[in-house]
Design a protein around this ligand. Structure first.
Ligand code: GDP
Length: 296
């Protein structure tokens, strides 16, 4: 598992290093034009401007005062963008109901398949709920992942009420004593308002089937969409109470800096990172490995 984030960040790291690598190995103090170069490089890696300001504000001075050098001081500041994660509290409820949201194409279905497969490998039993009822292909895709993972699937015919699918799945998992339910959802952002209403309804209905559910509302974001992804994330976190994020396609992008902006601006933890299309290409997010992967 170790090193997957590092691998995934290769393109981002190379682009950064090409622009500012020399800066970090120099012994003279960075001046304004160096900071401009650093700002530009971080912008190209898709770290947002507000976050860059926080990272670079009086950076050379701090680097001089604590004698760590520019790179280490910047790494320390980057790592400090993440709040410490709270300790786990007792065993999780069963079935654990996880709603997975995000716009079309970001990797929701793939991520659900990967999570299901990891859970099944740990000996858990569960169901995948095909809550994207607008495209029959989406449910077919989910079914393929379910079969591959060794999980069950709950689906209804195309055009059915997504909340009804989620309800059925949660009820079935409760009555069969299963460990988890992963609910896939539609992601047609051009009908923003309706989509948010629909997600809120799915949440209400899950709660009705099992008090306390959904226990997790996971937003999937595509790292290659950069700052655009961040505005999507804002919309979802405001409207549907997102508890955590999965950042996908970190393997294919030079814009991996987006995770810094997510940490600084959303305050929602990134739990997992997608680094490829295969089942095993979903790894826990480690802020330390991430920032070192950016500026190695
Ligand atoms: P959905 O519409 O949000 O359910 O997205 P899908 O799960 O169908 O994924 C869309 C595409 O992204 C598929 O071709 C996936 O194989 C691909 N994909 C998903 N996650 C990753 C990832 O972490 N890395 C890469 N390279 N591709 C991914």
């Amino acid at each position: 598992m170790i090193g997957r984030i590092l691998d995934g960040l290769r393109k981002t790291r190379e682009a950064l290093s090409e622009r500012v690598g020399g800066l970090f190995s120099r012994t003279t103090e960075a001046d304004d034009s160096d900071l401009e170069a650093l700002e530009e490089a971080l912008l190209l890696a898709d770290v947002g401007l507000d976050t860059i300001r926080v990272l670079l504000d009086r950076l050379p001075r701090e680097a001089r005062v604590d004698g760590r050098g520019l790179r280490e001081t910047l790494l320390k500041r980057m790592a400090a963008l993440w709040p410490p994660s709270p300790p786990a509290e007792g065993p999780p409820p069963a079935p654990w109901v996880q709603l997975v949201v995000g716009v079309n194409g970001v990797g929701k279905t793939t991520t659900i398949g990967k999570i299901a497969s990891q859970r099944v490998k740990k000996g858990q039993k569960g169901l995948l709920a095909a809550g994207d009822t607008f495209r029959a292909a989406a449910a077919d895709q989910l079914e393929i992942w379910a079969r591959r993972a060794g999980a069950g699937v709950v689906r209804q015919k195309e055009g059915a009420d997504p909340a009804a699918v989620a309800y059925d799945a949660v009820q079935a998992a409760v009555s069969r004593g299963l460990d988890f339910v992963l609910v896939d959802t539609a992601g047609r952002l051009h009908v923003k308002h309706n989509l948010m209403e629909e997600l809120a309804k799915i949440q209400r209905v899950c709660r009705r089937a099992l008090p306390g559910a959904p226990h997790q509302v996971t937003l999937v974001l595509d790292a290659t969409t950069g700052q655009n992804g961040l505005s999507q994330a804002r919309l979802f976190t405001e409207k549907v109470g997102v508890t955590d994020l999965v950042l996908t396609k970190l393997d294919g992008t030079a814009k991996g800096g987006i995770a810094l902006s997510i940490a600084a601006e959303l305050g929602v933890p990134i739990r997992l990172v997608g680094v490829g299309e295969r089942v095993e290409d979903l790894v826990p997010f480690d802020p330390e490995e991430y920032v070192r992967g950016l500026l190695a």
